[in-house]
Design a protein around this ligand. Structure first.
Ligand code: ASP
Length: 318
């Protein structure tokens, strides 16, 4: 229950990677290795979180993240409940805080929250007693995505430190870009952002990244090419002439990938706009790590849930 919540991380919530220490991040990645193996067994379930309750509170659309958290909780034997705002009392005008206080009255251990407003999970974290995991807040952060990306990179390359990671596309609207920039640089990678000026925040000076307004120089020698989705739902005004034009100047195809390191991997958080930011042949090609990212997501989320809410002394896998 909430009172006995004993986090094995140095914090009770996972709100972002900007505030996550490298030590906590590595603890999550190392723990995820154990759960990755569990997920490849014939019986993919451990009793680790028996008696714990996790509520997925999603106010925005999701395929991978919500399913992944649900599978993660179930593989740990927790009771997992999914709340989606459509069909709930949110449509009757209930506020975010009232909704969450009502869910909290049912005594969950962790609320996994996705919301279109940047800062919503942070706002809730100081008003509830249970743990909060940010599953994506507006254009701000998506920490478990960055953690699963780091896990995927570490497995593919054997390390993160010293690698060059090029993140390209709609950086302005991307919580994935922000969370990865903080996390990957904390773990010793060099991060480059590439995108049209209209899709790059006007001030990137506080970010630990190198910024390019053409994709070709940003790809040169990259070990990892992380492609961002054009966030159609967050594009306002004429930020792009057309998707065709974007694909012609920034889309990642075989030809552009030739500029990266020979053994570079290609990542995308999904959902992919095929033929816009990423060519279908590359998405399905031998260098694509897209489905590895999805598999890693379950293990990483199992690790996060375990580290945030297991009983003291409870081993990850017994
Ligand atoms: N699925 C990721 C997110 O929720 C990436 C995206 O939607 O483009 O942020």
């Amino acid at each position: 229950m909430t009172e006995s919540l004993a986090s094995r991380l140095s914090q009770r919530h996972l709100l972002g990677t900007e505030t996550l220490s490298a030590a906590d991040a590595l603890r999550i990645l190392d723990t995820a290795e154990v759960f990755f193996d569990v997920s490849r067994r014939p019986v993919r379930k451990v009793p680790t979180l028996r008696g714990k309750t996790i509520v997925n509170v999603f106010f925005e659309a999701s395929t991978r993240t919500r399913t992944s958290f649900e599978i993660a909780g179930k593989r740990l034997s927790a009771d997992v409940v999914n709340f989606t705002s459509s069909g709930s009392s949110v449509s009757k005008g209930e506020t975010l805080l009232d909704t969450v206080h009502n869910l909290e009255a049912m005594r969950p251990d962790v609320l996994v929250v996705r919301h279109s407003a940047s800062g919503a999970p942070h706002y809730l974290s100081s008003r509830v007693r249970c743990g909060i995991v940010n599953a994506g807040d507006g254009t701000h952060e998506h920490p478990t995505q960055a953690l699963l990306d780091a896990f995927t990179i570490r497995r593919a390359k054997g390390r993160i430190e010293g690698l060059t990671v090029t993140i390209c596309g709609d950086v302005t609207h991307s919580r994935v870009a922000r969370s990865n920039a903080w996390l990957l640089t904390a773990l010793g990678a060099r991060v480059r952002f590439a995108g049209p000026r209209t899709l790059m925040p006007s001030d990137t000076s506080s970010w630990p990244v190198e910024v390019f307004d053409r994709v070709e120089p940003a790809l040169e020698g990259a070990d990892v090419v992380m492609v961002l989705r054009i966030q159609r739902e967050r594009l306002s005004g004429a930020l792009l002439p057309s998707f065709r034009e974007y694909s012609r100047t920034f889309g990642i195809n075989e030809r552009r990938l030739g500029l990266a390191a020979k053994d570079a991997i290609v990542m995308h958080p999904g959902p992919i706009n095929r033929g816009v930011e990423l060519d279908g042949a590359v998405a399905d090609g031998p260098r694509s790590a897209v489905l590895d990212q999805v598999e890693a997501g379950v293990a990483v989320r199992m690790a996060v849930l375990y580290l945030l809410c297991a009983e003291p002394g409870q081993a990850a896998v017994s």
